[in-house]
Structures are given as C-alpha cells and as structure tokens.
Design a protein. Structure first.
Length: 102
C-alpha cells in the first residue's frame, strides 16, 4: 500500500504523555496485569498485529459503546487500535483509497 501524503501533512501526537500519577494508576495497573497473566500464559499474549483489532476486542468495544449510546454498533464498524496515531493512519489510508477510486 502506498500512502499519498507529505510528512508535513502528518499530525504527530507521540509527545502527548499524561502526567505521572502513580497513586491513582499503579495499584489498578498491577491488579489488571496480575489478572491477565493469571488467566493466560504470557507467551499466548504475544501475537501478530490484527488490523482493526481482534474479533473479541471489537465485540467488547461494541458492547462498551452500546452502554453509552442508544444502540450497539455492528462489530464490523468498530476499530480497536493501540493509539490515536494508529487510528489516524487507518483513516488516512482509507480516505486516500476511496478518493483515488473516484
């Protein structure tokens, strides 16, 4: 896939780091990590990137969105990514593709 944009067109959000608040997050993160590692083998957590997210993650995301909106969106309309930049790059790639097909 060839992306057709100049580097000056990219919005770099990699420097947006939240403030450190260990008294708020450390205990919650430690507990979440222990639950995840308690349920699965660490090696099973490592895998290939799944564009748009796994089916399970997208289904859970749709259910999460549905609790906050009137309807649960179709799972095929939900995208799960590791950050804002990933979503922006996906949108840019899709936008470029649909623009070129006209």
């Amino acid at each position: 896939m060839t992306l057709s944009f100049r580097p000056s067109d990219i919005l770099n959000m990699s420097g947006n780091l939240p403030p450190k608040v260990p008294h708020v997050f450390d205990e919650a993160y430690r507990g979440a990590a222990q639950r995840v590692l308690g349920d699965r083998e660490p090696n099973d957590l490592i895998g290939a990137h799944q564009f748009r997210g796994s089916d399970r993650d997208r289904a859970l995301g749709a259910r999460f969105i549905g609790r906050r909106m009137q309807d649960v969106p179709a799972v095929d309309r939900v995208v799960v990514a590791n950050g804002t930049q990933s979503i922006l790059m996906m949108l840019q790639a899709c936008s470029d593709r649909s623009f070129r097909s006209r």
